[in-house]
Design a protein around this ligand. Structure first.
Ligand code: FUB
Length: 477
């Protein structure tokens, strides 16, 4: 019996630890996040995406470019809208198609696709920070207008030469000058052959399988071009080359089409792991023009080839625990349900209809949490702080509306998934939070009404089953 109980305890611990350590696909539920483009800078992984509007216009209603960042691959901080097409005075609103950001000499260059009356264009914006603000660097297109000019991807080679690829259904490339905002020489169209880019399965008249969304990088001296392929619905294929401007050799399909018309790849190494980014129709409220970013970890084969990657809702493993005693943005989360992100100078989290929750994965409560403070305000309702599931062990609650309210907080210890659960929270504005190890929380927030909660009670071992939801097709509301 003793052995049996130990086994149950060990199993429960294993479940708690394993389930606390995984992300979920899609990685963002508070907004739509098509066309993912990762970038590593100064120890953080940044992710740039477009934004498919919640308001359908029958086409791609893409209102802004957004930025997210992480240090653990599971909890992502939403930096909000970093730029809108209107910020390019010559571009049409709603045309924020695919982008990529790259750093050079401490400046961040955001290459984007935007439309105007003449066609599509590659524009470039610049900032001193990876999270913006970004400003149009030229005052006009880098290239375009041309209806075939979409989806820029940029790489700086070891010798400092920068290369830009873009295009649908042809792949174009050119060199960039060191200023990163002017083109050096001619724009060259690649030979769109089967040898270079594979065969389009159901379109024998198409020149090759290459469709759009190129992603260029170099690994072990070899150049890789990964791209949406096969026409509609798109899968993802790749080619390699000895020279950054080609010719390219088709190397195979990485991912089959999912349930989205389009798909868009991004590949990056971070903290010793290789990650594959793509988008699909992954949220319950999603659709062909309401797409979301997903991530898979993969390992290159010994010969440098990329393995076949399956679509899956199981995300990637958490690389390190989160420190709940540091001031955290409310927009840092691993999953949410019923919540939305709003950018108004700051980024805050609100709820779609007053109820919902935010999950923060793998928070390390070593030392024991005795207090909690948050920069949170709503006209009414309450916020509950729970462990390991939306209805798991309740550490405490904050009554929202009017003055800051509090209650006793159970002592937290160990590593737990943290849940902020909102009930009837009208006009919610949640900006940041922090746990404390003493009973007199000193709030470090920046605005709104600090709501304070003090502590008592016990945090029992949470072997509670984490709500994974495998088998559910779409995630979050
Ligand atoms: O998101 C709009 C367009 O759809 C992108 O520019 C393409 O890559 C495809 O994802």
């Amino acid at each position: 019996m003793k052995k049996f109980l130990s086994l149950i305890l060990a199993l429960s611990l294993t479940i708690a630890l394993c389930t606390a350590a995984r992300a979920e696909n899609p990685i963002v539920q508070t907004a739509f996040t098509p066309d993912p483009a990762p970038m590593v800078y100064d120890g953080r992984l940044y992710l740039y995406t477009g934004e498919d509007s919640e308001e359908d216009n029958g086409f791609y209603n893409m209102t802004s470019w957004r930025c997210y960042s992480t240090v653990d691959m599971v909890n992502w901080t939403d930096h909000g809208e970093i730029m809108r097409p209107e910020d390019f005075e010559w571009a049409d609103p709603g045309s924020a198609w695919a982008c990529q950001c790259i750093e050079r000499n401490g400046k961040f260059y955001l290459y984007v696709t935007v439309t105007n009356s003449g066609g599509r264009n590659i524009g470039v914006a610049v900032s001193d920070s990876p999270t913006g603000p970004f400003k149009d660097a030229i005052g006009g297109p880098l290239c375009g207008p041309n209806w075939l000019y979409i989806d820029p991807t940029v790489m700086i080679d070891d010798d400092g030469q920068a290369y830009l690829y873009f295009g649908n259904p042809n792949a174009y490339c050119c060199k960039l000058n060191e200023d990163m905002i002017t083109i050096d020489g001619e724009i060259i169209q690649q030979e769109m052959t089967t040898e270079a880019f594979g065969l389009r399965p159901f379109q024998s008249d198409a020149p090759s399988s290459y469709t759009e969304g190129p992603w260029i990088y170099k690994r072990n001296g070899l150049y890789y071009l990964v791209y949406a392929s096969g026409g509609v619905p798109e899968g993802i294929s790749y080619s390699t080359a000895e020279n950054p401007m080609g010719p390219w050799d088709f190397r195979g399909v990485i991912m089959e089409p999912g349930d989205s018309t389009t798909i868009h790849p991004g590949i990056i190494d971070y903290k010793g792991h290789s990650y594959f980014f793509y988008h699909g129709v992954l949220l319950e409220r999603g659709g062909w023009n309401k797409r979301s970013t997903a991530i898979m970890e993969f390992k290159y084969n010994d010969d440098g080839t990329i393995p076949h990657i399956m679509h899956t809702e199981a995300g990637v493993s958490q690389l390190e625990n989160l420190n709940p005693y540091e001031l955290q943005q409310a927009s840092t989360m691993s999953f949410s349900d019923g919540m939305r992100s709003v950018t108004d100078g700051n980024v805050y989290i609100t709820s779609a209809d007053g109820s919902g929750y935010i999950k923060v994965s793998g928070a390390d409560f070593s030392g024991g949490a005795k207090s909690f403070s948050a920069d949170v305000f709503a006209d009414s309702g309450k916020m509950e702080i729970r462990l390991d599931s939306p209805d798991g062990k309740k550490l405490g609650k904050i009554s929202l509306g009017g003055e800051a309210a509090g209650c006793n907080l159970s002592t937290g210890s160990g590593v737990h998934d943290l849940y902020f659960v909102f009930k009837n929270a009208e006009s919610l504005r949640f900006e940041s939070w922090q746990f404390g190890t003493d009973k007199n929380p000193a709030y470090g927030g920046s605005s709104a009404l600090p709501a304070v909660l003090a502590a008592a009670g016990v945090c029992a071992l949470a072997a509670a089953v984490w709500f994974v939801g495998f088998g559910r097709k779409k995630r979050g509301k």
